[in-house]
Each structure stands twice: as structure tokens, then as C-alpha cells.
Design a protein around this ligand. Structure first.
Ligand code: FAD
Length: 553
């Protein structure tokens, strides 16, 4: 606020005293007496010895819009900057109340506060919606100071304002952009957090906040970084080299939750530019180095991978057990057959030596008895078949499992799989594990056939379709095929036509046939198929309507 301390006379005042009013006058004329008083008071209050004339010139030439009013805001003086900003010429505005500038959009509370402040002899600063002489609205950042006389009473008000419309528009734009960025981040299906070097979160999105809540107030970003550091990531070095990290798997074990949660975490360094006053004239330099952490939850994917792994493990264990079981059974069989063979051998030598026929009969009786005994022992040594309950089975799903499990085999042997499932396949009644094993065996056979054929283009096609009487599955390969004479024989036990048996005893297709029959189906080699081998399996569907509905679900 401007404070007077003396009533020193000045040239300006003398000039003004010759006039009898302080109302509007021409720019080229001398300033009104009220204004002179203000400058006089300003001059007397300052210790620099500058003249009121100089003060007047300074105000006249100021680039800020300056006005001086009486106690009721009646305008006594405006400078040229005021005129050009508001569009009001001084001639037109002198004597008017400052309210002439009001666009009538500023809330009354703002004016109440303004007046309460300035009449309380305090300076007021705020933003008002003003109008120019042409009616155009602009935002005025206004500073009002009361001018006090020697007794400390208000004589005038000094108003200084500038147009902040553009600044406000820019601020709004920045605010809108921030809101936009925040809503984009919030709708992203990933967790996002920007953290500073102290690991404090500068910015985050809703998904991140949700995990923060799940972790009972522990910052997920901190846990991610701890886990990555334990995993060998040198964050300091990465920050120094501006080296980000991508899709690193992190496991979080949450209190009270049995299952861990898995995240794929990436990070990129972001430099915050120095916006302090000291850096105004320097080339923009990096201020704080922040880390943008982006994580997506992969728990479901991880579980699925785990399931596939377990499935694979189980399948290979089952295969090992099967081989082991067969070896045991066959060793037992060899041992059991050894005794009758020995007796037969003895009987044969006796016959050669012309032994007594009754003695030969006795020996043959022993052979028969030991043969029966061996058979009995072998039967009792047969492992009991695994019991599996019959359930509604979608063969598409089973075949898909098998194809997934065998993907590595296909890739390593360069075999193309042409999978043509019926979009909605009837469900059948069957034993899923048994059927899965059976399909696996048939596809293994196809792989073996392709390996033996040695063609460049190896293809296995699997087609499922709904038929009048049930469901059909075709498993075909473009290998050498099965000659017509062998098409029935291949289903006989211990028959094998592989060039390299590779431990196969010829029980594969008989077991396939047994499984298919047990699951209400039939299997054969399609005689009409000539480009390789096509195994045809047909399964009955007891209630086709229900099967169709189950197939859809
Ligand atoms: P008004 O009736 O003038 O005022 C509204 C409320 O303000 C009243 O209800 C009352 O509470 C309070 N009030 C008004 N006059 C007085 C008083 N003399 N004493 C105590 N309380 C009072 N306004 C703008 O819109 N734009 C400007 O750029 C602007 N510049 C100003 C510069 C100066 C130096 C001063 C002193 C005032 C300025 N004003 C400005 C305020 C202006 O004088 C008006 O008060 C305001 O425009 C509202 O006008 P109104 O006609 O709508 O209501």
C-alpha cells in the first residue's frame, strides 16, 4: 500500500490546483489533482528523492494496466496500457466505477472479499472476469492497494491488472491433458506407476492403486524392484546407462493368499526436466530421473503353463510306468514259459530216443500242467486296469489337449498339423484319460509312419465331425499307408510292420481298438484312403440333442 509521510508541494500539484475539479480530462492535459495527490504521497513515502513528475511518467509508460480510483472505485486516472488492454479510452472511462469492467460473471463473494480486504487497508490480489469495451471477456489478474494519507485514512485505490486469459487457457490445457493422460492410464489393463529415485510414487493408475490395496498399503513398485534386484538386476547401473528392462517375471506372495501372483514387469527411465528459476536460461537439463514401471498380471497364464507342464509330466510318467509295466510282465512271461519249454525239451529228447509211450504221455501231461500253471501265473500277474468313471466327453477338447502336449514332437520332426474340428461337436460318453492316451498313441503311430516314409512334406490331419449316428474322428497322415492285406492284421496282438520296431511289441492298435470299443465306438483303417493312412473312429452318441448342448457349453 502507498503511505504518505508529508504534504510537500510539487510542480504537478501546483499545475493541478489551478483546476477546480478532478474529473475526466484530456490525455495531453495535466493529470487530475486527486492523481497528483497520489503521486505526491508516493513521492513523499519514498526515500529516493524522485520527483512526482517522474513517478507520473513511470506510471504512464508502464506496460501494466494501471488505474487510480477514489474511495468508491470511481476512476480518476488510467494509463495508456489500461486503455489498450480494456479498449476504453480514458475520456470515456474517467468518472465511471471500475465495475464498468465487470463481465458480470465474477461471483459476488469475490467482490465481497475484495472490498473487505481493501477497506481493511490491505492489498487484494485475485482474478476477475472482465470485459473490454467491445464486450469481449478476458481474465484480469488484479492487484488493488489502498492509498493512505498522513492520518492513515484511505484516500484512493491503486489498481494494477494484466490479461491472463492465454495463461489460463494454457493452464486449462495442461490440466485437461493431465486428466486425459490419467483417464487413459486408468483404462489401460496394466499397472502403471512413475516412481522417483526415493521409490516414491509420483503418478499411478487405478490398477496400480488396486494392487496397493491388495498388498495392504505396501508399494507394489518397491516389491517389483526388490524382486528384480534379487534376480540380478543392477538398477543403479541401469539408471546410469538409461537401460530399461522388459517383461521380467516377478512373483509376489501375498499374506493370507495361498496362491502367489505373477506379474510381467517392464521399466523405462524418464527424466524430469529442471523447472527451477535457476535453470531458466540454461539448456534444458535433466532433473530427477524417474522410473516408469508398467506391469501386467500373468497369474492366469502362469497357472495355465503350470497345468500344461504338470500334464506333460504326468503323461511322460505314465508312459514310463507303461514301459516298466510291460517289461515286468514280459520278463515274468519269459520266466513262466521257461519251465514248460524245459519239459517240452525233455519230452522231445525222450521221443527221439524211442522212450516208452506211457512215459512220454506222462511227460506231455506235465507239459500241459506246467503250461496251464504258467498261464495262470501270467493272468494273475496282469496289472489291474485303472478304473475311470464314464463322463460326458468333448473329443475336440481331448484332441486339443493331445495336440498341445505333442507340439514339441511335431516341431522337432517338422510335421505340419492340419486340425479341422467340427465347430460344435456332439459330446460322447467316455473315459477321458483312456481316450486321450488312445489318441496320443494313434498320433505317435502317424509320426512314426511319417519318419519311416522320409517325405519332405509331413502332414497329419485331424478332422472331427458330427454324423447321423454319432461322432467321427479321422486321423490321417501322408506316410506310406497300410497295405490292403494288413488292414485287419494290424489290429491283431503282437503284429508289427514297422521297419524299426523301437521297442514296440505290436500291441498299440489292439489296445486302441479295445479302448475305442470300451468307449462305445469302432475303429478301422479307411480302405478308400490312398494318400497315406487314415484311421477312422466312430463313437455313438446316446442322446444327440443333449450331446449337442454339452458340446456347446
Ligand atoms: P458492486 O455493487 O459494485 O459490488 C459488489 C459488492 O462489493 C457489494 O455487494 C459490496 O459487498 C462490495 N462493495 C462494492 N463497493 C463497495 C464499497 N465502496 N465499500 C465496501 N464494499 C463495497 N471490478 C471488476 O469487475 N473488474 C475490475 O477490473 C475491477 N477493478 C477494480 C479496481 C479498483 C482500484 C477497485 C477499487 C475496484 C475494482 N473493481 C473491479 C471492483 C468494482 O468496483 C466493483 O465492486 C465490482 O465490479 C462489482 O461491481 P457490481 O456493480 O457488480 O457490484
Amino acid at each position: 500500500m502507498l503511505q504518505s509521510s508529508s504534504n510537500k508541494k510539487s510542480t504537478i500539484k501546483k499545475q493541478a490546483e489551478s483546476r477546480d475539479d478532478n474529473m475526466p480530462r484530456d490525455r495531453n492535459q495535466n493529470p487530475p489533482s486527486e492523481v497528483i495527490k497520489v503521486f505526491e504521497m508516493a513521492e513523499s513515502g519514498n526515500q529516493t528523492g524522485l520527483s512526482p513528475q517522474l513517478f507520473y511518467e513511470i506510471v504512464q509508460q508502464s506496460p501494466l494496466a494501471i488505474s487510480i480510483t477514489d474511495k468508491r472505485a470511481r476512476i480518476l486516472y488510467v494509463n495508456p496500457a489500461f486503455e489498450s488492454l480494456t479498449g476504453f479510452e480514458h475520456k470515456a472511462i474517467l468518472g465511471e466505477n471500475e465495475s464498468v469492467l465487470s463481465h458480470k460473471q465474477t461471483p459476488i463473494e469475490v467482490y465481497r472479499d475484495l472490498w473487505a480486504t481493501i477497506t481493511g487497508k490491505q492489498s487484494w490480489r485475485g482474478t476477475l472476469v472482465n470485459r473490454r469495451s467491445n464486450g469481449e471477456a478476458y481474465l484480469a489478474e488484479l492487484h488493488i492497494s489502498p492509498v493512505l494519507d498522513a492520518e492513515g485514512e484511505i484516500t484512493n485505490f491503486l489498481g494494477i491488472h494484466r490479461d491472463v486469459t492465454e495463461l489460463h487457457a494454457l493452464e486449462q490445457q495442461v490440466r485437461h491433458q493431465k486428466t486425459l493422460i490419467e483417464s487413459v492410464l486408468d483404462s489401460a489393463p496394466v499397472l502403471v506407476a512413475l516412481i522417483d529415485s526415493e521409490r516414491q510414487v509420483v503418478l499411478d493408475n487405478q490398477a496400480y492403486k488396486k494392487l496397493f490395496t491388495d498388498l495392504h498399503g505396501v508399494q507394489p513398485a518397491g516389491l517389483f524392484l526388490d524382486a528384480l534386484e534379487q534376480d540380478g538386476l543392477d538398477l543403479k547401473a541401469a539408471a546410469a546407462d538409461n537401460r530399461g528392462f522388459w517383461n521380467r517375471e516377478v512373483r509376489l506372495d501375498l499374506t493370507g493368499q495361498v496362491e502367489p501372483r505373477w506379474f510381467s514387469v517392464s521399466g523405462a527411465w524418464v527424466d524430469e526436466f529442471d523447472s527451477t528459476a535457476g535453470s531458466y536460461f540454461s539448456v534444458p537439463s535433466a532433473g530427477r530421473r524417474c522410473l516408469l514401471v508398467v506391469a501386467s498380471e500373468i497369474t492366469a497364464l502362469k497357472h495355465q503353463m503350470e497345468r500344461v507342464k504338470m500334464h506333460h509330466l504326468r503323461a511322460s510318467l505314465a508312459e514310463q510306468q507303461r514301459v516298466q509295466g510291460m517289461r515286468e510282465a514280459l520278463s515274468g512271461a519269459i520266466f513262466q514259459l521257461q519251465t514248460p519249454l524245459n519239459v517240452i525239451q525233455a519230452a522231445a529228447s525222450m521221443l527221439e530216443r524211442g522212450a516208452d509211450p506211457s512215459r512220454t504221455r506222462e511227460i506231455l501231461g506235465q507239459v500241459l500242467a506246467s503250461g496251464h500253471q504258467a498261464m495262470e501265473n501270467l493272468r494273475s500277474a496282469l496289472p489291474t486296469e485303472l478304473q475311470e468313471a464314464e463322463t460326458s466327453v468333448n473329443l475336440n477338447a481331448l484332441l486339443h489337449d493331445v495336440l498341445t502336449l505333442m507340439t514339441e514332437d511335431f516341431l522337432s520332426q517338422g510335421v505340419t498339423i492340419d486340425w479341422q474340428p467340427q465347430a460344435v461337436l456332439y459330446s460322447i460318453n467316455g473315459r477321458p484319460n483312456q481316450l486321450r492316451g488312445m489318441f496320443m498313441r494313434l498320433i505317435e503311430n502317424a509320426l512314426l509312419a511319417l519318419a519311416e516314409a522320409g517325405h519332405d512334406e509331413k502332414e497329419i490331419r485331424i478332422v472331427t465331425s458330427n454324423r447321423e449316428d454319432g461322432v467321427e474322428v479321422l486321423i490321417q497322415d501322408n506316410g506310406p499307408g497300410i497295405p490292403e492285406a494288413l488292414r485287419l492284421k494290424v489290429f491283431e496282438p503282437f503284429f508289427t510292420a514297422w521297419k524299426q520296431a523301437r521297442g514296440r511289441a505290436g500291441m498299440g492298435l489292439p489296445m486302441v481298438q479295445e479302448t475305442v470299443n470300451q468307449n462305445g465306438g469302432v475303429v478301422d483303417v479307411n480302405p478308400a484312403f490312398e494318400q497315406g493312412c487314415q484311421i477312422r473312429l466312430r463313437f455313438a452318441v446316446p442322446n444327440r440333442q443333449r450331446a449337442l448342448e454339452e458340446g456347446r457349453s
